[in-house]
Ligand binder design. Structure first.
Ligand SMILES: *[C@@H]1O[C@H](CO)[C@@H](O)[C@H](O)[C@H]1NC(C)=O
Ligand SMILES: *[C@@H]1O[C@H](CO)[C@@H](O)[C@H](O)[C@H]1NC(C)=O
Ligand SMILES: *[C@@H]1O[C@H](CO)[C@@H](O)[C@H](O)[C@H]1NC(C)=O
Length: 464
């Protein structure tokens, strides 16, 4: 029965004719599996080039095996009945034959053709945006299978027949895939030198929160690669924001990177911002412990190359502020208007949250989201203290601002009247007291005088 199954299989395979094709690159590991269902075997033979060509390996049912030790086949293994080439050498491409014996019949199994795929980039090495790149993918055989490329986002490059020409953008950075005959994929890395993307939202800060202006070189790109591409200049610029928009005339150059052996920042205009310690790590951020009202504007991080390519990123900075009308020192009873804003409408996914002093309760803070403007019709001492305003994106806190209000009590008319009456009473009481004291003293004086006349001193007491 077993024999019958194997014979039947052999018949099927031999009628199907052509050989099995396996595509691979030099250096890859490949497993050549005989295309036959094997129930049992006595011997498995693998040979190369011809049916009776040089024997590469054999295996018997008792576990005995042989692997050639010819130098071009020094990375062979046999696993189950499959032949494993752990690291393909150029001379390993060709036809492989597998023979399996089961008791007496010898099974002829479809040969397997190992075909080389060649993938190349022109030019090689890291690229700058704007450069052109040719990716080619080809197989070493007369019968060409279907070949196409996929870009790093997995999109098929149409009508390319194995060769793609692209003008490099940062979208092209990553692994490109050549797909051969719909079954074999070969990946190749394309490195595009560029700065990391700028944050999509502005960087928000306030006078009570830190400020960070991010700019970085992606970790997979080294300074050596950037130098090799001919970097000429790296600098930071600032375009302050004025009430009428950005002030491009007021542009300030903040820092330049000196590109000598040791990279170091040279400060040009002092805004008390500090660049990250070691530019070599790719971190080009500017930071300060606390934001300032005049920090609002656009910061531009620029990298220029010899061939004219300029890479830059613009980071918008907005400052969250609480403005109080009439001011921070207020008399109780006055109207108070507070505004928390970045000086322009917020994107729809951002919202504010006020945290007034503990004893304050305002109807306008009962519902969410909180308004930009708050009005307290008559402030009381309960409203004194810290008013916080926090900016959120969903649940993420972006920044928060604070204002400290001092409320002074104002004396009203009744209080004045009472105060006047009270002081009049106090004065009267004082006068009365003074009068009483005066009288008493006078009485005592008089009595003293009277005593002297009534009781003259004994005569003997005096010397004469
Ligand atoms: C492998 O090659 C060495 C000489 O390089 C030889 O002595 C040895 O017999 C060979 N082994 C086999 C199994 O062919
Ligand atoms: C290739 O063509 C398909 C359909 O025409 C299209 O969806 C796809 O975006 C194209 N790929 C590229 C990389 O242009
Ligand atoms: C507060 O705002 C209201 C309306 O916006 C305005 O009429 C009022 O004069 C403002 N009060 C102060 C003290 O600024």
């Amino acid at each position: 029965m077993e024999k019958f199954v194997l014979i039947l299989f052999a018949a099927l395979v031999s009628t199907s004719g052509a050989s099995e094709v396996v595509y691979a690159q030099v250096g890859e590991k490949v497993t050549l599996k005989p295309q036959v269902e094997i129930k049992s075997y006595k011997y498995v033979y693998w040979s190369f080039g011809k049916q009776d060509g040089p024997q590469l390996a054999w295996l018997n049912h008792l576990g005995g095996q042989f692997l050639t030790n010819a130098t071009s086949w020094n990375k062979l293994a046999i696993s189950d009945v499959s032949l494993v080439i752990k690291q393909i050498q150029p001379e390993n491409f060709g036809e492989y034959f597998c023979k399996i014996t089961s008791k007496d019949p010898i099974l002829d199994i479809k040969p397997i053709t190992l075909i080389e795929i060649k993938v190349s980039l022109n030019p090689v090495g890291p690229l700058l945006p704007g450069q052109s790149l040719t990716l080619s993918c080809d197989v070493e055989s007369s019968e060409k299978p279907e070949i196409y490329w996929m870009n790093p986002r997995g999109e098929i490059m149409n009508d390319t027949k194995g060769t793609v020409d692209v003008r490099i953008t940062n979208q092209h950075h990553g692994k490109w895939t050549c797909v051969v005959a719909k079954k074999k994929q070969v990946k190749i890395d394309v490195t595009v030198i560029d700065l990391s993307p700028a944050p999509s939202l502005p960087q928000y800060t306030s006078t009570s929160s830190p400020i960070t202006i991010p700019c970085s070189i992606p970790t997979q790109i080294s300074w050596l690669q950037i130098k090799a591409k001919g970097v000429q200049e790296v600098h930071w610029q600032f375009f302050p924001e004025t009430s009428s928009g950005l002030d491009s005339d007021g542009a300030q150059r903040l820092f330049s990177l000196s590109l000598k052996d040791t990279l170091s920042w040279t400060q040009e205009q002092d805004r008390e911002l500090s660049p990250a310690q070691d530019p070599k790590t790719g971190n080009l951020d500017l930071t300060r412990k606390l934001g300032r009202v005049e920090d609002g504007g656009d910061y531009v991080c620029t990298m220029k190359f010899e061939n004219g390519v300029t890479l830059d990123r613009t980071i918008h900075v907005q400052v969250l502020q609480i403005i109080s009308s009439p001011g921070e020192n207020i008399l109780s009873g006055q109207q108070l208007n507070l505004t928390c804003s970045v000086g322009r409408p917020l994107p729809s996914d951002l919202h504010l949250q006020w945290s007034p002093p503990k004893k304050t309760s305002l109807p306008s803070l009962k519902s969410r989201p909180h308004p930009t403007h708050l009005t307290v019709p008559e402030v009381s001492t309960d409203n004194g203290g810290n008013w916080w305003c926090t900016l959120y994106q969903e649940k993420k806190q972006l920044t928060s601002a604070v204002i400290t209000l001092t409320i002074e009590t104002k004396l009203n008319v009744w209080m004045l009247v009472i105060a006047c009456i009270a002081s009049v009473i106090v004065i009267l009481l004082l006068l009365i007291l003074a009068l009483i004291l005066h009288r008493r003293r006078r009485k005592r004086y008089l009595r003293h005088q009277l005593c002297r006349c009534k009781n003259p001193k004994p005569k003997g007491f005096y010397r004469t």
